[in-house]
Design a protein around this ligand. Structure first.
Ligand SMILES: Nc1ncnc2c1ncn2[C@@H]1O[C@H](COP(=O)(O)OP(=O)(O)OP(=O)(O)O)[C@@H](O)[C@H]1O
Ligand SMILES: [Mg+2]
Length: 248
């Protein structure tokens, strides 16, 4: 499992994260992390990936402190991230097939010379064809680029996926399709996912559990249905009431 324990991140005098604890259990699991802009969601995601060392607290991977682990490779492989598509997540000078093959080689995922075959398989998993492997990122739509980013994350057979606003650059139809795809992949690969979003509608489609971040603190956590029905914190109520709904 992946666990944040008492994480604090300070920039200058301000705590951007304040004693945050969070657990992602193994297996097909979805935890939504919501909070308004600037509440610390991406900061927490980066800590969980080991990209940002916290000022205090620890991130535990299978019970081991990632800051003290001697062999980083299994952790680096097990936890992957997919971020909002801003055209910058993929190298613009590299054909997408080459980009995925490079990841396969770096982590020695398949026997030498069989990378191409695996790339085609991974693209198929996310609903793309072999032909897409020959394209550059700018020759794909935003939704297709996001599929490539997911394929690249899956290439190393991760156990945990951190999804930081993975669909917020897409229109709602494409967004729903990508979420459905991720839902299917999560079950199939028994992936545990942390879905970062400021949009409760997105979280509702994907997660049973939710944590609410506010000014760097988790102010509410639990089953999404309970939290929506009976929000205890005004910040949660605001996020809930910001969701447009059809009158019942
Ligand atoms: N490197 C940094 N130096 C100083 N302050 C930072 C740094 N990185 C983030 N912050 C601040 O930390 C706070 C939390 O940022 P973060 O990116 O985690 O928010 P977020 O919840 O992901 O917001 P959004 O929904 O807009 O993506 C913000 O006030 C931001 O300005
Ligand atoms: Mg963010």
């Amino acid at each position: 499992m992946l666990e944040a324990r008492d994480l604090t991140v300070r920039y200058g005098g301000t705590a951007v994260l304040d004693r945050v604890s969070l657990t992602l259990p193994e297996g097909p699991y979805g935890l939504g992390l919501i909070g308004e802009s600037g509440s610390g969601k991406t900061t927490l995601a980066r800590c969980l990936l080991g990209l940002l060392p916290p000022t205090r607290g620890t991130v535990l991977f299978d019970g081991a402190d990632i800051g003290r682990m001697r062999r980083q490779r299994p952790f680096r492989r097990a936890v992957q991230i997919v971020v909002q598509d801003t055209e910058g997540a993929l190298d613009p000078r590299m054909r997408v097939g080459t980009a995925i093959a490079e990841v396969l080689r770096a982590h020695r995922m398949v026997p030498r010379g069989t990378e191409r075959e695996r790339v085609v398989g991974l693209l198929a998993d996310v609903g793309l064809s072999a032909e897409h492997a020959t394209r550059y990122p700018h020759q794909l739509s935003g939704g297709q680029r996001q599929r490539v980013a997911i394929a690249r994350a899956l290439a190393v057979r991760p156990r945990f996926l951190v999804l930081d606003e993975p669909t917020s650059a897409l229109d709602t139809t494409v967004q729903a399709r990508i979420l459905r795809l991720l839902g299917g992949l999560r079950a199939e690969h028994r992936l545990s996912c942390l879905l970062v979003s400021h949009d409760l509608l997105v979280v509702e489609q994907f997660c049973r559990h939710v944590a609410v971040l506010r000014h760097g603190r988790i102010v509410e956590e639990g089953l999404l249905a309970d939290v929506l029905r009976n929000p205890r914190h005004p910040a949660t109520r605001r996020l809930r009431d910001a969701v447009p709904r059809l009158p019942s």
